[in-house]
Design a protein around this ligand. Sequence first.
Ligand SMILES: Cc1cc2nc3c(=O)[nH]c(=O)nc-3n(C[C@H](O)[C@H](O)[C@H](O)COP(=O)(O)O)c2cc1C
Length: 340
Amino acid sequence: MRLPKLRVARLEPRYPIIQGGMGVRISTAPLAAAVANAGGIGTLSAAEYHNKDRKSPKTDVVRDRTIGRPYLYAPQMAEEIRRARSMTDGIVGVNIMYAITDFYDLVMTSVDAGIDFIVTGAGFSRDIYGMVREFEVPVISICDQPGLAKIAERLGAAAIVVEGKEAGGHLGTDKPTREVLPRVVDAVSIPVIAAGGIWSGEDMEGMFRLGASGVQMATRFVCTHECEVSSKFKQAYLDCGQEDIAIIKSPVGMPGRAIRNSFVDRVEGGERLKFKCPFLCLKTCRAKEANYCIAEALINAYQGKVEEGIVFAGENAYRCDRIVSVQEVFDELLAHFELG
Ligand SMILES: Cc1cc2nc3c(=O)[nH]c(=O)nc-3n(C[C@H](O)[C@H](O)[C@H](O)COP(=O)(O)O)c2cc1C
């Protein structure tokens, strides 16, 4: 099969491969930049780059233009975007979940810092298309329902990501990618990108045959040299078996896919952990009823305290058997296709 061309608004990567955003601080600048340098599209994650000090003065300037609604600048987000920019001339976007309390601040900060596109899911923002329109930053919406995908297209989405249940992190559906993808492909005329459970060139071909214009992969990129997450997090991927990858209940009110460990067993067993919630970081978090803090659990995991945290992973994590370079992943995926 010849590798199809992906075009998202004015963005045309050499290959139709997007590295999915991974929070907290798993897909940081070196990984996103390496994917962009290999000819794909890299994605940072905005999770935990929000403003803890919500009392700072707001600004109403974005790329030297004054906008109607002031926002709180998120300096760490801007810095991460600049770091990625310094490592690549390729395409780098940011995943900003609608569920993040400081969604608007992170969107405007990212636009100001010169991001190439924004991808958003975990809830549906009707406003984001209007927020960024004058800056011509394409918005990619993550949705698995044809009706919602149509609305996103009408409001101005440049592409849709359809993420099936095989994915890592918080999940929006219990249906496999190959089931939800064709329905969304039929509903819209913008590019549709398949995500969830894609590991090989063969898997990619299967998605292209179902109408996908591109693929988004995340789990496959965790065990790479360029992924900055703690080596203990990567080791959890290398050590796990298929039976260790489970769906857990997250305090944000959505299921999530993670590698089972002692922390998961404790919190799934109902143990209540002491935690403070100084700033509600997710709009949907039921912090008062929650038996643990998801942000803290994800921060612990990326820092390497994996037995005190949650290691999010897609269904395929057990297939990671060594640490490779991003270029090696690309070489293996592309070997399946006729190029040109
Ligand atoms: C460790 C990890 C963290 C993730 N974090 C996020 C996130 O913060 N926001 C989001 O929208 N998707 C997140 N995802 C989903 C990915 O962006 C991607 O769409 C999905 O995992 C693709 O499936 P795959 O992992 O089977 O390739 C995460 C996935 C993983 C594996």
